[in-house]
Design a protein around this ligand. Structure first.
Ligand code: PLP
Length: 399
């Protein structure tokens, strides 16, 4: 057949209304849109209080806004170096050494990404070949299901048991010859679990025995309660060069819309990850990277106050949920309460819709944190002003 350019006719459409390009199966068919983001849209539609999506309704520190404005005025408005502005990578290296006890070379081992969301995707694409298995502990942050599928991996889910404990025998059985990576998230969304050093050592041993990579999302590393301490699995013996540690400015500095995160990994993994990152996004927003240096210069008291404020908020929401008849525990970290709704006699999706429409409070159906199940769970965030939480509790108490 001659080409359209040479003047010959293009193939005729089969029939009016038939798409020119027939819908062919794609990776995007294997997962749905984000339920968390959908709940935000529903909350807006019904003018409900959004306790679904984890973002603050209070301002970020004023120093950060000033620094972002300064950067714009100083014309830091063009592409930054693809793997991150040098001053930000240098500041991250210092901070990670101080807080996580890990040394990373800013020239070859630190990559600034568009949020931890991109870091996770780039990390998987950099380490996975299609068909490899990725271990995903569940319940899990909703993105990890699609992330593994987009990367061509086969997710293997391992359930956390009662009290979110690790069932060691079940976990060992899930690791196979095809296992290539495990996704860890501590402090955990949605459960609030903070993995202990001994749990992480157990996981580290499995990774070493099976020659696997740990991809660890530590976005809530500063939001801890009741004296809990954050442990990075990369700091455990034998793990540094087989771990991608993911962090973000989103939650620690209340700037979820800035889209600045980072990935720490040994030289070999980083060189692959940087290539993926470059072709995915080129780079994170340059002026905001500059402002993130200011974030990393905040005094230690900032982190203490952040944890103290969230501790107060978690108690407000916890008390409100209990009073309204929800069954729940105080989380150890992060800013969510994963409640049980079995007593309400509705499944999670029906109940979440009911809450948005009738009570004016949005939460996330539990099933979006499981590949199967979760229908008796609902997740609420307490990353909101005290008065927002109190009003949400008032509305819930009238259920
Ligand atoms: N990882 C976890 C565990 C989260 O809870 C969230 C947001 O809620 C993200 C990643 C997204 O982070 P970022 O804004 O850095 O892309």
């Amino acid at each position: 057949m001659k080409t359209a350019r040479s003047g010959t006719r293009l193939p005729a459409r089969k029939a009016a209304g038939t798409p020119y390009f027939p819908a062919r199966p794609s990776r995007a068919d294997s997962f749905t849109e984000s339920v968390i983001r959908e709940m935000t849209r529903l909350a807006l539609q019904h003018n409900a209080i959004n306790l679904a999506q984890g973002f603050p309704d209070f301002p970020c520190p004023p120093e950060l806004k000033m620094a972002a404005c300064d950067a714009l005025h100083a014309d830091i408005n063009q592409y930054a170096i693809t793997w991150g502005a040098k001053d930000l990578r240098d500041a991250l290296a210092r901070r990670v050494k101080q807080y996580n006890g890990m040394a990373y070379d800013p020239e070859t081992e630190i990559t600034v990404t568009c949020g931890s969301t991109e870091a996770m995707m780039a990390g998987l694409l950099a380490t996975i070949r299609p068909g490899d298995e990725v271990i995903v502990p569940e319940p899990f942050y909703e993105n990890y299901g699609p992330d593994t599928q987009i990367s061509g991996a086969v997710p293997r889910y391992v359930r956390l048991g009662e009290d979110f404990a690790i069932d060691e025998e079940a976990w060992k059985a899930a690791f196979t010859k095809k296992s290539r990576a495990i996704i860890i998230n501590t402090p955990n969304n949605p459960t609030g679990k903070v993995f202990s050093r001994s749990e992480l050592s157990f996981i580290a041993d499995l990774c070493i025995d099976h020659n696997m990579v740990a991809i660890t999302d530590e976005i809530y590393e500063h939001i801890l309660y009741d004296g809990k301490r954050h442990v990075s699995i990369a700091a455990l013996p034998g793990m540094r060069d087989r771990t991608i540690t993911i962090g973000s400015f989103s939650k620690t500095y209340s700037v979820t819309g800035w889209r600045v995160g980072y990935a720490l990994a040994g030289r070999e993994i980083t060189s692959r990850l940087r290539k993926i990152h470059d072709f995915l996004t080129v780079g994170a927003p340059a002026p905001l990277q500059h402002a993130c240096v200011t974030a990393l210069e905040l005094p230690e008291s900032y982190y203490r106050e952040l944890a103290r404020d969230y501790d107060r908020k978690r108690k407000i929401l916890y008390n409100g949920l209990k009073k309204a008849g929800f069954s729940c525990e105080l989380p150890e970290g992060a800013y969510y309460i994963f409640s049980d709704i079995a007593g309400f006699g509705m499944d999670d999706v029906t109940f979440a819709r009911h809450l948005v429409e009738k009570a004016g409070v949005a939460a996330v159906p539990g099933s979006s944190f499981f590949h199967e199940g979760g229908k008796t769970k609902l997740r609420f965030t307490f990353s909101k002003k005290d008065e927002t939480l109190l009003e949400a509790c008032r509305r819930l108490s009238q259920l």
